[in-house]
Design a binder for this molecule. Structure first.
Ligand code: PLP
Ligand code: COI
Length: 354
């Protein structure tokens, strides 16, 4: 039977797949919950969102998503604490960024209430799917794409906003080895790098495959002009510790304004760690690796949380990082996940009860 939750219509799935899932051995993003949120943009406006059974989407072969790549997405996590309360982390920031991305791709912006009420309703309906095991969470993937038809290279007249969820374990199995990119670029000034556009990721796959063939897990993106500055790490922002100072690149046209990044900066500053947000020269990092002042490198993002880097490759040479007992990465990862999962006070006001 259909019913309303938070004023959102819910069409329940007839059966559940939850008993087929091994919650002790979750991969990242491979199994999906019983429901999804669906919302259509037609005749110049967003229709009311609905929670419906998770199911395939039927699209016309001329849908503009297939031809012109109008598609943006977000990544969030939902956590369940020991009292079975459900928490999100800074979800309004994801909502705002989705609209920033949509605007850049000439796609319609969503009303906040459709995003937030739809998200909360979906999480209430699929609450049983939120893992409690440490290191696991419900990965939440809101996305918007052009479902409207036409081969004309112009924005579509119809769009779909969907939220799908996947109970997930860690994104990376352990420490990662990275390759500092010298040839390919992820983004450029005036481009789409600051948006979470699907095409930004498609463009990274080939150079990342080349790096994987050489034995690395991930590419470190450098500026597109001279490949002299360290900018981002694929699906993560990048942090570098030289002596006691934690350094991250400033956000720009080319770099995603990561929610984990800005939270890590605030947590580090709160702890008294010196933080610098500035241009990071590749040359400076290579020199620091040679003279021993390079202490840590890590990526930060929703999916990957805080992912320590064991070493990097640059110009056919490999550099390894020391194993520090009191490292910043472990502290920052524990502090942010304790806040996210309601294991610690949240002095920043980031946690959001569903
Ligand atoms: N940079 C890129 C390119 C990403 O895809 C992500 C992942 O969302 C991030 C950085 C980290 O952003 P956030 O911390 O908001 O997840
Ligand atoms: C996230 O961290 O949520 C992302 O969107 C990264 C994704 C490409 C796996």
């Amino acid at each position: 039977m259909n019913h309303l939750v938070n004023d959102i219509e819910v069409i329940k799935s007839k059966a559940t797949k939850i008993h087929d899932v091994d919650f002790d051995n979750l991969a990242f993003g491979k199994v999906y919950t019983d429901h999804m949120l669906e919302c259509n943009f037609k005749n110049g406006k967003w229709e009311e969102p609905k929670v419906v059974p998770y199911q395939p989407i039927i699209l016309d072969p001329s849908a503009k998503i297939f031809h012109y790549g109008q598609s943006v997405f977000e990544g969030m996590k939902a956590y369940k604490d020991n009292n079975d309360d459900v928490w999100l982390f800074r979800p309004v920031d994801n909502f705002k960024r989705l609209n920033i991305s949509s605007k850049r791709l000439a796609m319609p912006e969503l009303p906040e209430a459709y995003f937030m009420e739809g998200l909360k309703t979906l999480l209430q309906v699929d609450k049983d799917w939120i893992p409690k095991k440490e290191g696991s969470s419900l990965y939440v993937r809101p996305f918007v794409f052009a479902s409207g038809k036409g081969f004309h290279a112009s924005p579509a007249d119809e769009y779909k906003f969907i939220i799908a969820c996947a109970p997930s374990g860690a994104y990376f199995a352990g420490k990662i080895k990275v390759l500092i990119e010298e040839k390919y670029s992820r983004s450029a000034n005036g481009g789409v790098g600051y948006a979470k556009a699907g095409g930004n990721y498609a463009g990274q796959f080939y150079p990342t495959q080349l790096a994987i063939e050489k034995g690395y897990n991930q590419v470190i993106w450098t500026d597109d002009v001279n490949h002299e500055n360290i900018e981002e790490a694929g699906a993560m922002n990048i942090f570098i510790r030289i002596n006691d100072t934690l350094i991250t690149a400033p956000t720009s046209d080319r770099i995603l304004d990561g929610i984990t990044r800005k939270s890590i900066i605030a947590i580090a500053e709160d702890k008294g760690i010196p933080v610098e947000v500035r241009t990071i020269k590749v040359h400076e990092v290579v020199e620091a690796a040679k003279n021993g002042s390079l202490k840590e490198m890590f990526g930060a993002g929703t999916a990957a949380v805080v992912s320590p880097i064991s070493g990097f490759g640059y110009k056919d040479k490999d550099f390894s990082l020391p194993e520090l007992e009191n490292n910043y990465a472990s502290y920052l990862k524990k502090r942010i996940t304790d806040i996210q999962t309601n294991k610690a006070e949240d002095p920043f006001g980031w946690r959001y009860k569903v």
